[in-house]
Design a protein around this ligand. Structure first.
Ligand SMILES: Cc1ncc(COP(=O)(O)O)c(C=O)c1O
Length: 410
């Protein structure tokens, strides 16, 4: 996998075992894990409730192409949290996004979608697009083997720019906006005040559906940003951590989307509709989602995780000030990221321009060699329900010495 190749030091760690917020490599080095599988293990590694639920389901059927009681419970819990009532399962967040795009195109009869420059929604062809400095949509660098130029499927604009949004939706050719509520693929880009209201109002005015991808922004709390910020999406997509690490994804639709789908004439949702997958919603995923949502990533767990992230945020802010670093630090619930520009970026292009691979590699390797693992790309530090203040303090102490040593050397 590309991200394995990207670990600093030239090769990935090979893991012997992982539990909670810690892992041990095959050479018996122990690490505090603040990467947590890039959020897949936000509930901690092998949370006992998930292990138990999966183990007990394993002997009772793995994949039957039929729902279980757990499927209903997981869907009900997702509906309670994310403000859309009708849920369908997939095996990954990527699949959830692919399905959501198809459904949005079907309902609206429009072919194109809108994304934000430097977004990431999984390996979704339509989303590998950026807006260039002339306002044109072009393929994002590194887009391998694409069948068509993304400009034929997609319009890309900058996040947080209401004028661009209005302009991009005005001709009413866009089926849906696929958006993370805060961008997370290049560090965290928070929405400016009023942006989500504008996004909802303008998209609705132009008959464009709003798909909110909460896969990473679930860090904001039990109901992601949708609940925390009172968003009103037509479709919510999510994956990764909702199954405690067992492959799981889901898309939730509001009543209007479901009604509009049912009104479509002559549409075959049951066979080759391009939505679904044989193993989607299998009994193991359903058991894992149920256990994760009901017992691991609960509102109470976020009540412990978020203050820890706030502590980390404060500590990095102090470090930035005391060392006069031209950096910023941003928090999104139980997730914190530091970035190499004085002020937080307001869109993906700004965030992308501030990346510094050499500095990142130095910091990541410094931390790794001293027992702290953070994501291999940008500087994401994530809390799980089992992360402790000691874990956070170790990260902060090491980051400080890494910077002290670097400043002494230059
Ligand atoms: C916002 C967002 N959506 C979807 C995905 C895709 O997740 P997966 O690769 O598990 O399908 C990712 C992956 O990083 C993501 O960041």
């Amino acid at each position: 996998m590309p991200w394995m190749a990207r670990w600093p030091g030239g090769f990935p760690l090979y893991v012997k075992h992982a539990a909670g917020a810690h892992l041990v490599d095959v050479d018996d080095h122990a690490y505090v894990d603040l990467c947590l599988g890039d959020t897949g293990a936000m509930g901690g590694h092998s949370p006992p409730a998930v292990v138990h639920a999966v183990q007990s389901q394993l002997g009772r059927g793995i994949t039957m192409m039929l729902p279980t009681e757990d499927s209903m419970r997981a869907a009900e819990e997702l509906a309670r949290r994310f403000r859309v009532d009708h849920w369908q399962f997939t095996l990954s967040a990527t699949d959830a996004n692919r399905c959501a795009l198809r459904l949005a195109r079907q309902i609206t009869g429009r072919k194109k979608i809108l994304v934000f420059s430097y977004c990431y929604h999984g390996t979704v062809d339509e989303a590998f697009a950026v807006r260039d400095s002339h306002g044109q949509t072009r393929p994002r660098e590194g887009n391998v083997g694409s069948a068509v130029d993304p400009a034929t499927t997609t319009r890309a604009i900058e996040f947080n720019d209401v004028m661009q949004l209005e302009h991009a939706l005005a001709d009413e050719s866009i089926a849906c906006v696929l958006a993370e509520p805060a961008m997370t693929n290049m560090g965290i880009v928070l929405p400016i005040a009023g942006y989500h209201d504008a996004l909802r109002t303008i998209s609705r005015r132009h008959g464009t559906l709003l798909i909110i991808d909460e896969t990473h922004t679930f860090s904001m709390g039990a109901g992601g940003c949708t609940q925390a910020w009172g968003l009103d999406p037509d479709i919510v997509t999510i994956g990764k951590s909702i199954g405690g690490g067992i492959p799981s994804g889901a898309l939730g639709m509001n009543a209007r989307v479901v009604r509009d789908l049912s009104l479509q004439q002559g549409v075959d949702y049951e066979d080759t509709g391009g939505v679904g997958g044989t193993l989607a919603g299998n009994a193991i995923s359903a058991a894992a989602m149920c256990a994760t949502l009901e017992q691991v990533l609960t509102a109470e767990a976020f009540d412990r995780m978020i203050p820890l992230a706030s502590e980390l945020h404060r500590s990095i802010q102090r470090l930035i000030e005391s060392h006069q670093l031209p950096w910023n630090v941003v928090q999104l619930g139980c997730r914190v990221e530091y970035g190499f520009r004085p002020k937080p970026a307001q869109n993906g292009t700004e965030a992308h321009a501030s990346a510094d691979r050499e500095l990142e590699s130095y910091l990541h390797l410094y931390l790794l060699n001293r027992g702290v693992l953070i994501t291999p790309f940008h500087n994401m530090v994530l809390m799980s329900p089992t992360t402790t203040l000691d874990d956070v303090t170790l990260h902060d102490r090491l980051l400080t010495t890494a910077i002290d040593e670097l400043m002494a050397a230059v």
